[in-house]
Design a protein around this ligand. Structure first.
Ligand code: NAP
Length: 309
């Protein structure tokens, strides 16, 4: 699998990252046997994935620990997160980091991220929690500082635009997909300029894995005046992606993100080895045709109100 420079961090992970959260949480959300979730991690490494993203909130850190056993630590980029929705005290960030280190069974976290930060919470994170992150970095417990947005509610990247004003973040996790491409102008233009690494979430999510959900989202977009009703109603609305070389919608969704300038690592979350293998194949395929990409940009140009979840 191809690798990519993660901003200016000097890290060079695979272009696909394994997400241990999202709707699947490696299958733990639908009660997959623990062994199956561990197998997803092992198989991902086997297939060349070298970046794994987890979080204290996902309760998958120990599964990741089991899955990475035997893999040389220096070949991996491990990312985890501290939840921010309950406004943690600064001391809780230190505690959270130490708990994550223990659960992952490592001495340092490569990218430690403030998780799902809302625009309202951002000033608190910057003023009260970043100082603790910097201490943890000085102590060698974390290597780089990351922040992830609450894309389901912050579909226009308001928080990341605030974070881009501050010179502290090495890596940002950004919601981006075929439906909502606003990160192109609102985030990637600046992250590329500044050398901030990006991890892409929501590439497929529910919209591209569940046709009923897709229909609901398209109807919502028509009602909001962000999508042409003719496109939404057409039976063969996504045929242009298949004509552009895609195997199916999930394949198109991952490849669309993979080749977006400024999108460094595309995260893929699954609890199924079969899906994992398909997704690795997708991320290894060439770009969709230029015509298909141009059409996707045009169709969804006005969309900024949905995450695809
Ligand atoms: N704010 C945040 O910090 C935040 C928020 C969301 C996500 N994330 C991170 O980003 C990662 C990626 O996000 P995500 O999990 O939403 O990723 P995703 O890859 O966009 O979507 C995952 C969903 O698609 C399904 N899926 C995966 N491959 C498929 C395939 N080939 N065919 C059909 N369905 C497929 C999965 O179900 P199956 O299990 O059935 O495959 C799951 O429901 C997360 O795991 C997490 O690490 C962070």
């Amino acid at each position: 699998m191809d690798t990519v420079e993660l901003g200016k961090t000097g890290l060079r992970p695979s272009v696909m990252g394994l997400g241990a959260g999202g709707p699947s949480r490696l299958g733990q959300s639908y009660e997959a046997p623990r062994e199956q979730s561990v197998e997803v991690v092992r198989e991902a490494l086997e297939l060349g994935v070298t970046l794994i993203d987890t979080a204290e909130a996902y309760r998958t850190e120990e599964i990741v620990r089991e899955g990475i056993q035997g893999t040389p630590r220096e070949t991996l980029v491990l990312c985890t997160k501290k939840s921010t929705w309950k406004e943690p005290e600064p001391a809780e960030v230190r505690q959270g980091c130490e708990d994550s280190l223990r659960q992952l069974g490592v001495e340092a976290i490569d990218v430690y991220q403030m998780h799902g930060v809302s625009p309202e919470r951002y000033p608190y994170v910057r003023d009260e929690l970043v100082p603790v992150m910097l201490e943890l970095r000085d102590e060698g417990k974390i290597r780089f500082l990351g922040i992830t947005e609450a894309f389901e509610s912050d579909t226009g990247h308001e928080m990341l635009q605030m974070a881009l004003e501050d010179d502290v973040w090495d890596v940002m996790m950004v919601g981006f997909n075929l439906l909502n491409q606003t990160a192109r102008e609102r985030v990637f233009a600046e992250t590329m300029h500044r050398g901030i690494g990006t991890l892409i979430m929501f590439a497929v999510r529910r919209a591209f894995s569940n046709p009923d959900r897709m229909r609901e989202i398209l109807n919502e977009l028509v009602e909001k005046g962000q999508l042409d009703p003719e496109f939404a109603e057409a039976e063969d609305r996504f045929q242009f992606l298949l004509d552009g070389g895609a195997e199916d919608l999930a394949d198109a969704a991952y490849r669309f993100c993979r080749y977006e300038p400024g999108a460094d690592v595309v995260l893929s979350g699954t609890g199924k080895v079969e899906h994992l293998r398909r997704n690795v194949e997708s991320l290894n395929r060439p770009p969709l045709s230029e015509a298909a990409v141009a059409r996707a940009r045009e169709i969804f140009a006005k969309v900024d109100s949905v995450s695809g979840s």
